[in-house]
Design a protein around this ligand. Structure first.
Ligand code: EPS
Length: 388
């Protein structure tokens, strides 16, 4: 399976195209749509999300509620485009019109792709960079992830996410999966504790008032993954490594940890490794899950637990110093509309990136044109493992 996304933040559309998905998988479009709506939410989002209604349409690959096996195209209209037709239109414009546009950006924002992208792609209007580097693109990734979640759902594999930190507010206590997957939707910041939710809201309000932004940590949990996805035999087949790459590919994400994570550095080996147990009903299992569901780059069958850290969004209402690319003079960076905190939304994106990696690992291990064949292969494999 492979996928591509396209689209600029204020252009006409955001699109995704998925190739290599099996046929005859039932897809619940409403359930998928809910995932896209969830990405739009969360305390700390800016005004843009009031403009957009991220309803998606299938452009190909799905007929009468089932996949065909052909490429699946999903598209979302940018409702804001109607305000940006002149600025973002595909038609050529004259030099005079260019001068009139007034939205040409020459003062790159520190921490954003603006300056390096402008230098590399040889653009003197940095809008040509920021339109694509915008997190608007993650809409398309969530559409792909939602499709992958349909595959996981049909195989009884569950996936959810939560926010464990916003600024200095931490909520990382242990919860069981069922509790987590309902409580996270009740919190405006996708935390579990109500007190932490209130504290996080206050911290976001304070950052907003100060013209600043807040980062945080998100956690994704996959329950009931098959044993042995990924492989120890080669670096680029390790599934934890692929997941790490996918998490860091999300806009503003800077680090990843699995299970006990960076605390492993200060913990003796005897308290880090998960002891192996066996019972006749469930077969092999681990007595703890400090390694977050991976040994040797392969799933152990324990839940996958992965966290990612998001830096505070670099677009600031009280901007930092920058240099104008035309005059070379020092200026404060351009102020663009921004979200004071997008960590709750980013937890949805992370969840969907992990869903994509797990679905892809399943399709790699059980290559099938037809979903029924895939399911039968997985069942046969599980039967063999149960006799191991
Ligand atoms: C973004 C800036 C804001 C965000 C946007 C990402 O958009 P705008 O400049 O139109 O106000 O709301 O996020 C989304 C559009 C989205 O769908 O998540 C940025 O500069 O990255």
């Amino acid at each position: 399976m492979r996928f591509l996304t396209s689209g600029e933040s204020h252009g006409p559309k955001v699109n995704a195209i998925v190739e290599g998905f099996p046929s005859n998988l039932p897809v619940n479009k409403e359930r998928m749509q809910e995932e896209l709506f969830k990405r739009q939410g969360g305390y700390g989002r800016g005004r843009r999300m009031q403009i957009e209604k991220d309803t998606f349409e299938f452009g190909s690959g799905v007929r009468h509620g089932k996949t065909l096996g052909s490429p699946i195209m999903m598209e979302v209209n940018n409702d804001d485009f109607k305000h940006w037709v002149n600025i973002m239109g595909a038609e050529p414009i004259t030099k005079e019109q260019e001068a009139e546009m007034k939205r040409i950006i020459t003062k790159p924002r520190p921490g954003h792709a603006d300056l390096v992208g402008g230098m590399k792609y040889n653009h003197r209007d940095l809008r040509n960079i920021l339109e694509r580097s915008s997190a608007r693109e993650t809409t398309a990734r969530v559409a792909v992830g939602a499709l992958c979640k349909e595959l996981l759902h049909a195989l009884d594999i569950n996936i959810t996410s939560r926010v464990t930190k916003i600024g200095r507010v931490t909520d990382d206590g242990a919860y069981d999966y069922a509790e987590l997957s309902t409580k996270n939707t009740e919190s405006s910041v996708r935390m579990i504790s109500q007190e932490a939710t209130k504290e996080a809201e206050a911290a976001i309000d304070a950052a907003k008032k100060a013209g600043d932004t807040l980062g945080g940590v998100v956690e994704v949990i996959v329950e009931n993954p098959p044993v042995g996805l990924g492989s120890h035999v080669h670096y680029d087949r390790k599934l934890d490594a692929k997941i790490a790459r996918s998490i860091v590919s999300i806009n503003a994400f800077k680090g990843v940890e699995f299970g006990m994570g960076f605390k492993m550095a200060e913990t003796p080996g005897s308290s880090v490794q998960d002891e192996i147990k066996f019972d006749s009903e469930d077969g092999f299992y681990r007595s703890s899950n400090n390694l977050g569901g991976f040994e040797g780059g392969m799933t152990t069958g324990m839940p996958i637990v992965v966290r990612g850290v998001m830096k505070p969004i670099p677009t600031l209402y009280k901007p930092l110093m920058s240099v104008d690319i035309e005059t070379k003079e020092a200026f404060t960076a351009t102020i663009e509309r921004s979200d004071p905190c997008a960590v709750p939304a980013a937890s949805i994106v992370a969840e969907h990136m992990v869903a994509i990696e797990v679905a892809e690992a399943i399709l790699d291990k059980f290559p099938s044109d037809d979903f029924g064949d895939l399911k039968a292969s997985l069942e046969l494999y599980n039967k063999r493992l149960s006799e191991y």
